[in-house]
Design a protein. Structure first.
Lengths: 334, 328
């Protein structure tokens, strides 16, 4: 399989050098935090890891259009590339991974990957797949009712389109022209089940039936995803309604640290996709366009490595919540 | 002061909240132009427009799920499930989402939604327009389940539910919608969630009941007083979850004899929880077994009237149970 080139030119998209560096930094940061998480798991320190690896371009490209705190994000459990782009930190990731008191998502109550930040308008997320879509439609409806220009980005994998919640939300968004962007990160696998047993026809084309545009994009091309999402956010802000983006990507790790993917997919398949690694591809684009030197790349990599090491160490040394804290906060006080 | 039935009182509570707080809105099937199949929301769309009184697609998970999303983005939605029997598609959104938002985000996100659901046996309702579904939800920390019976309580409690920062399931017994009228104050008055009400004082036995069964228990209590001199204390929980344990226990300790009546089937019911609380916490005050009366463990009420009547605890059965307990 040939390695596809990054398609869009960044100038045409209105992205400057600073934007590109930010994209690159966040893709690499997400990858390194993820890799460190697996090490902590192998060391017996982290009970559970759920990965973003392979999906960094789809996540950073789409979320680059969000205004933190002024739009809403309903992420799914792999979207660490998004949450860190919005303002969560590597420390936050490791505090959550290790279930520490300072975990900003849940104070150690939820598994890693169940993001939440009121400050950043990242709505608390859970494990039932697809359940976030009707909620995202509701948040978009609130923006529309108040005549505000906020946009809601809601994300899920391809399996999240199989249940009713996705279709109910697509239908409702179409009826009311809601300012909602659906991002389906089609990473080919739902644990072990291949997309060919999950998805009839095309996910992207389903949007047409609900009366709004759907686009299939190369999910490993950060600029292609950014371009599609930019158009979708523009439509939403202008009151023109929802857009569906299906980002075709690949899950480069097992489903989670509790999964052994050798049971259901060939190593060769993964190796083929490694050649299309979104970070490698973006770095190639940056270098070919004279936007990144190898020495700079090494420098950034070292900086991230240090940042990740510091964050990991901080989280490892951070305290757990008191056991009795499990009793707190069941009901909000008036 | 005007007299109103339960349906009118809930309508008035909704309308007043919508007038005083523009973030309050109503959504559900047929709630807009038609004003709801029971007419609870009649006239609201004319007054507040079709965005704040929104007819949704027929999709219960969407109705509750979008209410959750509205609530985290500044709105105070009141979602209507047309019949409680149709709530299961929204179960995930209620139990796994709304009820857990606050806890799972360590207090970052609250979910102030109200879900109205008409429940209970009604002639002709049969299996899918009759169910008492409270037990499904009274095992869900983070959720509040209320079931007021009297109009004045219901008006205040729909307001309390809307103002509450937590998700509230607001149950309305269909057969009590137009059963009685009582004086309902025009001005704002408070009935907090989580507080039971003692409708009738008595020293001999305690009956705890809600919904249609509450009215029947009150009638039988008068009869027993006149015919046998037995004085029954009748307690209405009003909020089914979390329960007002103290009020139930206070009455149990006063009379030493407790009967819990509901229209739900008994196994795994809310009345079972109330009986367990009394059995443990008031054991030393009890002079008889903690008794329960409810529907048999069959799926739901039947369509044919004789079978339906057999399913619901009758006045005769209630009287027999109360006499049995009083004479224990």
């Amino acid at each position: 399989m040939a390695i596809r080139e990054t398609s869009a030119g960044h100038e045409a998209l209105g992205l400057d050098e600073h934007d590109l560096r930010r994209m690159h930094y966040h893709m690499l940061l997400a990858r390194r935090v993820d890799e460190r998480s697996w090490i902590l798991n192998r060391q017996g320190k982290a009970a559970f890891v759920i990965s973003c690896q392979g999906q960094e371009a789809a996540q950073v490209g789409a979320a680059f259009n969000l205004r933190p705190g002024n739009d809403f994000l309903y992420p799914y459990y792999r979207d660490s590339g998004m949450t860190m782009l919005l303002g969560q930190t590597p420390r936050d990731q490791f505090l959550s991974l290790l279930g520490k008191k300072e975990d900003p998502n849940s104070g150690g109550r939820q598994m890693p990957g169940h993001y939440s930040s009121r400050r950043l308008n990242i709505v608390t997320s859970s494990a039932p797949v697809g359940i976030q879509y009707p909620q995202a439609a509701g948040s978009a409806l609130a923006y529309k009712m108040r005549g505000e220009d906020g946009v809601v980005l809601v994300c899920g994998g391809e399996a999240s389109t199989s249940g009713g919640d996705w279709h109910e939300a697509m239908n409702f968004a179409g009826i009311h022209d809601l300012p909602l962007v659906f991002l389906v990160e089609n990473n080919v696998y739902a644990i072990s089940v291949h997309a060919s047993f999950q998805v009839a026809g095309s996910i992207a084309k389903r949007a047409e039936g609900y009366g709004f545009p759907g686009h299939e994009v190369d999910g490993n091309d950060v600029l292609a995803v950014y371009e599609a999402a930019r158009e979708a956010f523009g439509r939403a802000r202008a009151g023109e309604g929802p857009t569906l983006i299906e980002a075709k990507t690949y899950r480069m790790t097992a489903h989670s640290s509790d999964d052994d993917d050798r049971r259901y997919r060939e190593r060769e398949e993964i190796e083929e996709w490694r050649k299309k690694d979104p970070i490698v591809r973006f770095e190639k684009y940056l270098m070919e366009n004279g936007l990144l030197e190898q020495s700079e790349r090494d420098e950034i990599s070292d900086r991230i490595k240090a940042e990740v090491a510091e964050a990991s160490e901080y989280a490892e040394n951070a305290p757990f919540a008191d056991p009795e804290d499990v009793l707190l906060g069941v009901y909000a006080e008036a | 002061m005007a007299t109103k039935n339960l349906l009118q009182a809930i309508h008035e509570g909704l309308a007043e909240e919508m007038r005083s707080d523009e973030s309050v809105m109503v959504l559900g099937e047929d709630v807009g132009r038609a004003g709801g199949v029971f007419r609870v929301t009649q006239g609201l769309q004319e007054e507040f427009g079709d965005a704040r009184v929104m007819d949704t697609p027929l999709a219960e998970s969407l109705i509750v799920g979008s209410a959750i999303g509205l609530s985290v983005n500044g709105m105070r939605p009141v979602a209507e499930i047309q019949f409680a029997d149709f709530i299961p598609p929204a179960f995930d959104q209620i139990v796994n989402e709304a009820a857990k938002f606050y806890y799972r985000s360590n207090g970052d996100w609250s979910c102030p939604i109200t879900i109205r659901a008409p429940y209970g046996v009604v002639p002709g309702g049969a299996l899918y327009h009759s169910q008492s579904i409270e037990a499904w939800f009274c095992n869900t920390p983070g959720l509040k389940v209320v079931a007021p019976t009297f109009p004045a309580d219901a008006k205040a409690m729909i307001k309390s539910s809307i103002r509450d920062p937590n998700p509230v399931l607001f149950l309305e017994h269909k057969r009590t919608y137009r059963l009685i009228k009582e004086e309902v104050p025009e001005e704002d008055y408070d009935v907090p969630l989580g507080e039971a009400r003692v409708h009738r004082e008595g020293a001999d036995i305690t009956v705890v009941a809600y919904g249609l069964m509450l009215y029947m228990a009150l009638e039988v209590a008068e009869k027993l007083s006149e015919e046998h001199g037995i004085e029954t204390e009748v307690v209405e929980p009003r909020t089914l979850y979390p329960l007002d344990r103290e009020s139930i226990l206070d009455s149990a300790k006063k009379t030493g004899k407790v009967l819990v009546i509901s229209e739900a089937n008994l196994t795994g019911s809310v009345s079972g929880e109330m009986a367990a609380i009394v059995a443990r916490e008031a054991f030393e005050w009890l002079d008889g077994p903690v008794m329960r009366l409810g529907a048999p463990d069959v799926p739901a009420a039947a369509f044919a009237k004789p079978m339906m009547d057999y399913f619901v605890p009758s006045a005769e059965k209630i009287e027999a149970a109360m006499l049995e307990l009083a004479r224990y």
